[in-house]
Write a protein that binds this ligand. Structure first.
Ligand code: PAF
Length: 292
């Protein structure tokens, strides 16, 4: 695996491969890699001759300084994982390398960014779009890979491709879960052992919601999920003497393509419905989805 810290050197290496007719898959990441990321790399390897991974904690997509500072950085371990997964090249640029000039670009995504993560994280999706477009410009991949856990991000990136007309196929990849059901996330490593132990309750609640959806209205299911997680109180534990609780920020049941909230199951039509949740647990913000 070749490692690059400059855009120019990576660009040159990629263009040599392209000159030989090779197809290129891109996996953008912010590092702190886990099996979910590696599943994107594996999928990209199946579909392309070479796979480029970027590891860059993108400051302009964080609207909370503390969150940016706390974001785990594990570059050496990341490189080892990427090497064993078979990635061809990794780009690990500094902030100055990625953004030599102050960023002026702003992207808008209309109703797609007015729901769920949008109001909670002003400027976040524009920041994601800026970095993803830069990576597209640098690598000019045939395909780019994104996880379905960040479901709204995936819809935003599809929309970005429509706005900029790049001939890049966006490949969605399913969530990878721990054995107990918790969706893998770089943020999980910030959970205390006690919080990690109860975190799978989120997945279990969503699974039960999927069962309820067979016979209950959209509103009932939505309220049940918010109420069930909101009223969960773990008994006191050594690690957390005051007990632990979930603080659900939102649970929305939306059209899987437009991401607009639905009132009746039939409203989703052929697109299908998906439930998206953001929950605080022990100072860590976790997200997950369930397909109905
Ligand atoms: O999903 C992520 O890790 C990031 O938002 C991405 C797509 C790598 C852009 O920084």
């Amino acid at each position: 695996m070749q490692k690059f810290t400059t855009v120019a050197a990576l660009r040159e290496a990629v263009s040599k491969e392209k000159a030989q007719g090779k197809s290129v898959g891109l996996v953008p990441t912010m590092g702190a890699l886990h099996d979910g990321h590696l599943s994107l790399v594996r999928k990209a390897l199946e579909q392309n001759d070479i796979v480029v991974v970027s590891v860059f904690v993108n400051p302009i997509q964080f609207n909370n300084k503390e969150d940016l500072a706390k974001y785990p950085r594990t570059v050496e371990a990341d490189c080892e994982k990427l090497e064993s997964a078979g990635a061809t090249m990794v780009l690990i640029p500094s902030v100055e390398e990625m953004y030599p000039e102050p960023v002026k670009d702003v992207y808008h995504f209309g109703p797609l960014e007015e729901v769920m993560e949008g109001p909670q994280r002003p400027g976040h999706f524009s920041g994601v779009a800026v970095v993803v477009r830069r990576l597209f410009d640098i690598v000019e991949p045939n395909r780019a890979y994104f996880g379905e856990k960040d479901y709204q991000q995936l819809a935003i990136i599809r929309n970005l491709i429509e706005q900029i007309h790049y001939p890049i196929e966006i490949v969605p990849c399913p969530i990878v879960r721990a054995d107990d059901g918790l969706a893998l996330s770089s943020r999980n490593m910030r959970l205390s052992p006690a919080a990690r132990a109860i975190a799978p309750t989120i997945y279990e609640t969503l699974q039960q919601a999927a069962e309820m959806a067979e016979y209950e209205d959209v509103d009932e299911v939505r309220e049940w999920v918010m109420g069930t997680l909101g009223s969960f109180h773990e008994v006191n534990t050594e690690q957390c003497p005051n007990g632990l609780k979930f603080e659900p920020e939102y649970f929305e049941i939306v059209n899987a393509r437009t991401l607009q909230p639905i009132e009746n199951w039939d409203d989703a039509g052929d697109d299908g419905a998906v439930g998206c949740i953001a929950v605080w647990l022990d100072g860590v913000r976790l997200i997950d989805i369930v397909k109905f």
